[in-house]
Design a protein around this ligand. Sequence first.
Ligand SMILES: [Zn+2]
Length: 334
Amino acid sequence: MDNQGPYPWQQQSWALLQKYRERGRLPHGLLFNGPAECGKKHFALRFAEGVLCTANRSEDGAQHHGRACGKCHSCLLLAAGNHPDLVLLVPQEEKKTIQVDAVREFIQDATLTPQISDCRVCLIMPADAMTSEAANSLLKTLEEPAANNHIILVTEHVRHLAATIRSRCQIVNLPLPTQQQSLQWLQQQQPQQQWEELLNCAAGAPLRALSFEKSDIMQRRKQLFNSFAALIRGQQAPLAVVAAWNEEMSELLLKWLYEWTLDLLRGSLTGVENMRDLLPGRELSGLTPDLDAGQLIALIEQLVSLNRGMGERNLNRQMQLEALAVSYAGLTKR
Ligand SMILES: [Zn+2]
């Protein structure tokens, strides 16, 4: 894979940013927004490296299409992890938040004059990790940035950022690839693997599918599906199922439940032959005529709102999962 450029499915956003650069109009505040595992961090770092690369500014810079050359002084410093004009702000390891002190220190660095490159690139990843106090302390710098400095915020929860932050940035959306793009890319990484089921298991995120390749995830998904099926059939109590659900990473679990529920709805409304996911299609298809479409739709709405609340810190996840499990158990009760 080409390390110096974006992933193939990010080409459009990349080209847009390069257009801004070529016209000398790259915004000082940028907000890279996209779902989990879409490659935001990769994109942000490759973009920053390209902006800092000193070969990019010369006449023949256009031939790099905004990619870092990998050879200049700037690129060598980046490779050594030692570039004075790249400023990174990430949560401290044990804490998941970015505190106000860290942002104040960051602002000091972010407003210095560039030393090696033409500008300074300052990255905050993930931006939604900033406490509200921390985010507030950033406002003035976003409003009146130092010349030649760019601040890039990276997030998958854009709605969790204050409107005052969002409005001061140019938002660049980074989507997940289509299934076809994903499979093509995965095939290139590892031609021997059967990727379709792993990609499905990874809820359509190819980077996640790649990381699953040598894991026991398919087995875990099957186990979770079995408890899901037992719950709907009334063979297992909701609380016992929640205990199993709690052990799985929450975001994926919700996506799987969403897919399975959607498939049950498909089966119930349009017939078993239209179910797409192999698991419910094979094992729960006999049940679908008895399921109430209205209740399934309500469950899907419940899953969507639960997924939306995932990044919120005060969410009582246990209670929400219990409510969900009880609703599933009630699906086949008459
Ligand atoms: Zn370079």
